[in-house]
Design a protein around this ligand. Structure first.
Ligand code: ADP
Length: 546
């Protein structure tokens, strides 16, 4: 027997309508590149999203058509987010930090017809002129198109107009279509850390369910009274769902624009009363260093911070907790998981743990949110013991987990029995908390035994002279592979190899300790701010350990 409840579809337009109708008092504050700020309300964002939908409809944009953006976190990007998906087209956010070749590949793969470009990123767009797919005929400048020189090759290649003239004169209400909730809403490509970028095509349903999950107390904990600031870019997996979660909660939002340096972020937090923010570890690590540099730099009201995307060094977590009273929420996610899959929120079992014990737990990637099921199997396909030691590949399933890649017939990541293989190698402890010990492709196998590059990196980041570290496997005649440690020293410090390697003693198994350390000025990074291990492995391909 079926239940007798209304079957209203879960649509992104419903978030916008809800926020505009019921949370008209909240503010969307958008920082401009010059540091000035513009303010909108949810009703104004909704009106402008409607105008955009009218303009695109008149230009013949149809349901399912892909519309790309190359933009920072700012209010016009938010309008495009809501306007495009709500009308039934597909919002395709592109990371401007990718190489032109990768962006060209992504635009062609998605078959985008329009590209919305932040005025500050026009140079990036110009660099793409030759690589734009034939179907891409219009560039809309978020800002003024006049900033693009009259003789720019981009103008010769396609129509270039500005956002405001696109919106001008359009009606401020749109009769949003009653789409199938499983209709595609947005498209985001994986950053390609471990191969070619792959498109993940979200649906309205997956986006709403994910956003409703991240609003919850044990995730980002967003209430109507909050002022949230997504520092994580809106091109990086939908800013972890925050633009939608903010609409569901009806809270205020601060969009920091292109200036993500610690001083600018601190100023926004203080002046706009930011209560919660989320970003990758490098953002919080830089903020911590900056705060420490001057003891008068203190938060009037410390915001809640969430982190994810790559492992958070315990030293950063400890600094925020012990010096500023901020317990950072550690989340794990992937493009294929919308992205959030787990968080390290407290449990009754560890509610009263002291700081150090808790920090050791917070280093881990947490426990699944309701809606995400996890299983971890070893290479024989057996479920691993939850003892914090046994390891295997993490697999997930749930209504906001991808079931296939866009435009790809098949991929090994999809097991065929409904699970997605994450490529993350994890342990699970007695509390059910996962800890990523490696990515499957980065695992170092030494003498048939496995060494965790992530643990080695995390330990050495606790050394007072180390700013950044990476560990990769290099060839060894007897042990097959041995770990090589690459270290970027802190400014003005010149640690010796011996002091670095001695730091591992007593902290990891003796045979895990790298035999070699190499000091470098910088490490190659991916467009999403992760250490680019594949590139490092290519660079050190010919290095042998012994
Ligand atoms: P890519 O796979 O191209 O790097 P994603 O942004 O989707 O792009 O990255 C997902 C991966 O990032 C995860 O599979 C995991 O390896 C890593 N990751 C995400 N969150 C964390 C975290 N909190 N700690 C450690 N690694 C993380």
């Amino acid at each position: 027997m079926l239940g007798l409840m209304q079957d209203r579809p879960l649509l992104i337009s419903a978030i916008l309508e809800h926020a505009a109708r019921n949370h008209f008092g909240a503010k969307i504050v958008s920082a401009r590149p010059d540091g000035s700020r513009v303010r909108h309300t949810w009703p104004q964002i909704a009106a402008r999203a409607a105008q955009l939908a009218h303009a695109l409809t008149k230009r013949g944009v149809s349901q399912g058509e892909r519309i790309a953006t190359l933009a920072w976190n700012e209010h016009r990007h938010l309008e495009v987010y809501y306007g495009v998906s709500s009308m039934g087209a597909v919002l395709h956010t592109v990371n401007p930090r990718l190489f032109a070749e990768q962006i060209g590949f992504i635009l062609a793969d998605a078959q985008d017809t329009h590209l919305f470009v932040d005025a500050t990123l026009l140079k990036v767009a110009e660099g793409l002129t030759e690589r734009l797919p034939p179907c891409l005929k219009t560039v809309v400048v978020l800002g003024t198109a006049a900033e693009l020189p009259a003789d720019s090759p981009l103008r010769a290649r396609c129509e270039v107009i500005d956002h405001e003239s696109l919106l001008a004169g359009q009606p401020e209400r749109f009769d949003w279509p009653d789409l199938d909730e499983r209709a595609a809403s947005s498209l985001c490509y994986t950053s390609g850390t471990t191969g070619d970028p792959k498109g993940v095509l979200y649906s309205h349903r997956s986006t709403l369910l994910h956003a409703m999950a991240v609003v919850q107390p044990d995730c980002f904990n967003i209430r109507a009274v909050d002022v949230v600031m997504p520092v994580v870019p809106m091109f990086h997996v939908n800013a972890w769902g925050m633009p939608y979660a903010a609409g569901i909660a009806g809270c205020s939002m601060v969009l920091p624009g292109p200036r993500l340096d610690p001083a600018s972020l601190f100023q926004l937090i203080e002046e706009e009363g930011v209560t919660g923010s989320a970003g990758v570890p490098t953002i919080w690590s830089a903020l911590l260093q900056w705060l420490r540099a001057d003891p008068t730099r203190k938060f009037a009201r410390p915001p809640r911070l969430a982190v994810g995307g790559t492992a958070l060094p315990t030293a950063v977590n400890a600094g925020f907790l012990k010096e500023y009273g901020i317990e950072i929420l550690h989340a794990w996610g992937m493009t294929e998981v919308s992205p959030v899959g787990s968080t390290g929120a407290r449990l009754p079992q560890n509610a009263d743990w002291d700081e150090d014990r808790f920090l050791d737990y917070a280093r881990k990637q947490g426990r699944p949110l309701f809606g995400v099921e996890m299983r971890v199997r070893d290479d024989k396909g057996q479920d691993i013991a939850h003892d914090g030691t046994a390891f295997g590949e993490l697999e997930v399933r749930g209504p906001w987990v991808a079931s296939a890649y866009f435009n790809r017939a098949s991929d090994d990541a999809f097991t065929g029995d409904g699970w997605f293989r994450t490529g993350d190698v994890v342990t699970v402890d007695e509390l059910g908390c996962i800890e990523i010990v490696d990515r499957a492709k980065d695992v170092i196998k030494s003498g048939g035994e496995w060494i965790s590059s992530i643990t080695l990196e995390n330990v050495i980041l606790g050394h007072p002279d180390v700013a950044q570290a990476a560990v990769i496997g290099i060839r060894h005649s007897k042990w097959d592979e041995r770990p090589l440690l690459l270290v970027v020293p802190k400014e003005g410090r010149t640690p010796g190899a011996e002091s670095i390697l001695r730091f591992y003693e007593g902290k990891v198994a003796k045979w895990w300790i790298p035999d070699q350390v190499e000091f470098v000025d910088k490490l190659p990074m991916t467009a999403t701010g992760k250490i680019w291990k594949a590139e490092l492995k290519t660079q050190y391909r010919d290095r042998v350990a012994g």
